[in-house]
Write a protein that binds this ligand. Sequence first.
Ligand SMILES: [Fe+2]
Length: 298
Amino acid sequence: MLTTTPFKIEDAAEGQIGGIISGIDVTKLTHDAPELEEIRQAIYRNKLIVIKGQNMGDNPAEYVEFTRKLGTPQVYFQENYHHPDFPEVFVSSNINKEGEKVGVAGTGKYWHTDCQFEQKPLSFTSITPVVIPNTVRATYYIDMHKVYENLPADLKALVEGATMIHGGNNRYKVQPCDIDKSIQQLIDYMNEIVPPVEHPAVIEHPVNGDKILYMSSGFTMKIKGLTYEENEKAMKALFDFIEQEKHIHTHSWDAGDLIIWDNRYLLHMSSSIPAGEKSKSYRIGIYDNHPFYVGLEK
Ligand SMILES: [Fe+2]
């Protein structure tokens, strides 16, 4: 643990995302430690932070405890993702234990922001690796505040004042208990537990007041009020602009990284894991004490 170096926050360069925090063992923080507010503010300022040198992958109990100090940990609505002992820990893994499946493999390989399909989306996502593949494993990000600021006038006209409809149905991962169910039954089930939701196309950050384009090709289905043809054309134009190479920030994982980002600002996507390589990570979603956007209740 980095107990001999002082607590330090290095902010991202102007216009970039990703601050680096070092010199801290987050398991040692008390509930009223001033560093907790400094970490929260660093997340809002940098959109993504990397806390170096933690061992959360070996200590899921302490990982949950830390997220409780930072905010309110989420228990994801689908139990098949849960760690067997800690329901707050969402397990992404292609490693089975004694032949038994643990967590879910191949999660998040498309542009999205976590729980966009819910009425109250997730404020922060934290992730820590448990097993890192031998070759590079990366997570990719797009800053949607920056995208909004750079939108050309014709695209801005499409989203200004608009409402978007989001849903997670197409990303549902089939479970062993789904055997013998039809696709229609699964769609009906998903519509029942997480029906499509509406959010403003442009949201205002509750802390910084930044305007953010809130849409993703993973979860956003349509702009309310457009015809099918109009919507297809608008979605293609918007996603072609959003998902350009120049907008993508790559985080390459080091052992011990604990990363936390603000889901209001960032889209993310995980990289593909090379065939035959093992990968496992823990995620805990965290609600901060602000509404997700200005105008939405807490
Ligand atoms: Fe995700």
